[in-house]
Design a protein around this ligand. Sequence first.
Ligand SMILES: [Zn+2]
Length: 429
Amino acid sequence: MVLCMRQRCMKIKSICKANFEENVTNKGKRFDRTLNLSMRCSRKDDWTTITSSNVHEIDKKTNCIPLHDARVLYAVAPAMGHNKESHPESNLRVPAIVSALERLELTPKYRGSEVFEVQFLPCSVDDVALVHARDYITGLDKAMSKASDEGLIFIEGSGPTYATGTTFQESLTAAGAGLSLVDKVVAASRTRSNPPIGFALIRPPGHHAVPEGPMGFCVFGNIAVAARYAQHVHGLRRVLIIDFDVHHGNGTCDAFYDDPDIFFLSTHQIGSYPGTGKIEQVGQGNGEGTTLNLPLPGGSGDLAMRYVFDEVIAPSAQRFKPDIILVSAGYDAHMLDPLAGLQFTTATYYMLASSIKQLAVELCGGRCVFFLEGGYNLQSLSNSVADTFCAFLEEPSLASQFDDPAVLYEEPISKVKQAVQKVKQIHSL
Ligand SMILES: [Zn+2]
């Protein structure tokens, strides 16, 4: 797969040679990593010989994105080799999402250049080392031969994190997808006030992986690596990370706990794995105040999350004034998810996607990338991601097709309000 991508990259380089050389000179060799040719090929001249009927086919071959048209960019990294029988974090997850996008006519095949699938290369070890200890990265790489021999091993760290012979490479690929989307969204934001929003449909997920090792199904902190990359490569100093996975994003939290330039905001179910993310955990040192943890009582759902968005997420973002918003999009807070006990619905995820997109337009030139984290009921996961795409496209929600109000029970709204008042007091919101 990598070889194939490299061959394609060479082909693209020859097509866009002049712009490529200019870009490499300007941006440094880090850009060799991706098929990041959107900027290189975005000059109007490059499109003058392309007719409207063949534009998308040419896009696929060259990865030259007509950034003036694209509204959603997505990257697919299903990690088919990283799999354990009967494990909830399985290699069926990303294909289920892609199938739903196809079925609901949300892919490039149906949307032309409005929705674009980005091709990309794995990230480098140096990129991962922006967040993770080198000992961990090299140790995992070395463990791959043992994993190949034995089929499956458990890697050192906390929590049940397995590895197969392809885990290292597929984890670099997952993180690389996120970096490539950051590249492209940032490039588009230079010429448009409402650039496309990105969604990395990737696994293994990342938000539990701590700087020193893997944890809780997560290998590399995809979103944390992207946050550092946005700072180092694109000069975007202030990064807001919103994590609405049902579990606390402890790895991301740890990575930036003393960093005043990265605001980490997590909503999660009280008492769920891994038990961190107490409301009193607000960051330390220079980073005191730029970590916000809001544990929600079991049963919290759509009403709770709308209230939390208006009372906590929006005012925190407005006060922080980010240069980019990254989102740990976990779909395991859904009513039907087997691993937790919140009551989000498809409509909740539509609301979150739509509201976060508006925040990004209002606060940071529309720069926003979503990263897939959890979500283990394939049906609710795939339908909710599809409805997230609808929100990005500013089209009506499809939630009424999927949500069954009969399965919901009364939300613990008074407890939610108490928690919100407490977090507002702690953070002076
Ligand atoms: Zn989760």
